[in-house]
Design a protein around this ligand. Structure first.
Ligand SMILES: [Zn+2]
Length: 382
């Protein structure tokens, strides 16, 4: 996008209510329009941050996120929806952002922020907004910003509490506050801790506000806010550059990005390493899996009257026609086996679930009929 010096009449109308603020005005709105913001993570924090930044008129937004939209994301990651389940988060987010502000340029980085691309990626933007859900990416973003001399807006959330940090070049960085990556075992993971979507909304929106403050040249110092949403308290912490800081101090140990320094896996969502299950398995394999210490979820997609004739004990009955309405009750991050009478309906259900991102959904070949013949003759055939 070319550097703009003025606004169009359409833009003046679109942003009239925020341009009325003395700190914005026409000049501030032009700055916002010319800004390039890199968003790391289109998740719980990235969703509200991206929506508010694009709505405010940020001209170029880059989205770096390697994940796909999962059902368990939707309660807090409001940029995504049921219609984009299973899609890359970059694509899903871009769809929402384009709808909100068709004038914005959205650049997708579906590879996410990596040690290999961090410096180059960060260098292409004016401000970096980090809503990553793991410490490895958080420290990577923070170090890359110091090395590339870019301002960083950091956000994180744990249970009812969150933090928003604004780190300006030469005014104290994330490592001035947190010198080293915490040990994975010392910090609860996101999935263990749990979080309300609205808490992410507060922190993510606050991150957007800090980003706009930087673009409007309203920030001269690094600072951090600790916000206890659950108890309704917040505290501002001024940050000064620490001369002993490992990356921005007087004799820094970190002067380049090396992959081995960003290995922590805290808060990484389990489905990142999720391998696809086979599309179909035999009744004997299914029986083995169901008898194991960590059995898969078993869903019977037959009708109620068929189920009444006989069924596998742990099966949950969800007739085929109800599957699309019951996605909220089918876990996406656990293996799911599907059974019907002969294997036809269950294959349709499996393929439908696969199309919605359920890479761990597997059909049971031959259905309950084969089960009765090969596993449990007590189940009557019909
Ligand atoms: Zn520092």
């Amino acid at each position: 996008m070319k550097t703009a010096v003025t606004l169009t009449g359409h833009e003046r109308a679109l942003y009239a209510r925020q341009m009325r603020l003395p700190e914005v005005g026409e000049g501030g709105q032009v700055n916002i329009k010319n800004a390039k913001v890199l968003l790391i993570g289109a998740g719980g924090l990235g969703s509200p941050a991206a929506l508010y930044l694009v709505a405010a008129g940020v001209g170029t937004i880059g989205i770096a996120d390697p994940d796909k939209v999962d059902l368990s994301n939707l309660h807090r990651q409001i940029i995504h929806g049921f219609d984009t389940l299973g899609l890359p988060k970059t694509i899903s987010a871009a769809e929402s952002l384009k709808e909100l502000n068709p004038g914005a340029e959205i650049i997708l980085h579906p590879e996410g922020l990596t040690a290999e691309n961090a410096l180059e990626l960060v260098s292409r933007y004016d401000v970096v907004v980090d809503g990553a859900d793991n410490f490895a990416t958080r420290f990577l973003a923070a170090d890359a910003c110091v090395l590339a001399k870019k301002p960083l807006v950091h956000g994180s959330v744990l249970r009812g509490e969150g933090q928003v940090g604004t780190f300006l070049p030469n005014h104290g960085c994330y490592r001035c506050v947190y010198p080293t990556i915490p040990d994975a075992s010392s910090v609860p993971t996101c999935s263990e801790a749990g979080v309300l979507g609205a808490t992410c909304g507060v922190i993510g929106s606050w991150m957007a506000a800090e980003t706009l403050a930087i673009l409007l040249k309203q920030r001269q110092q690094s600072q951090m806010f600790v916000i206890n949403v659950a108890e309704g308290r917040s505290q501002k912490i001024s940050i000064a550059q620490d001369s002993h800081c490992p990356v921005c101090g007087k004799s820094p140990q970190i002067s380049e990005i090396r992959a081995e320094n960003y290995q922590s896996s805290v808060c990484e969502t389990p489905h990142l390493n999720m391998k696809e299950s086979p599309l179909e398995i035999s009744v004997t394999e299914a029986h083995q899996q169901l008898s194991s210490a960590q059995p898969p979820v078993l869903i019977d997609v037959r009708e109620t009257d068929e189920h009444a004739i006989g069924h596998v004990a742990q099966a949950r009955l969800i007739p085929l026609a109800d599957i699309p309405n019951q996605l909220a009750n089918i876990p996406q991050n656990r293996p799911v086996l599907i059974i019907c009478h002969h294997g036809g309906r269950s294959m349709r259900a499996t393929q439908f679930l696969r199309s919605k991102g359920y890479v761990l959904a597997t059909n049971i070949k031959g259905g309950i009929d084969a089960w009765s013949l090969q596993v449990d003759p007590q189940i009557p055939r019909y």
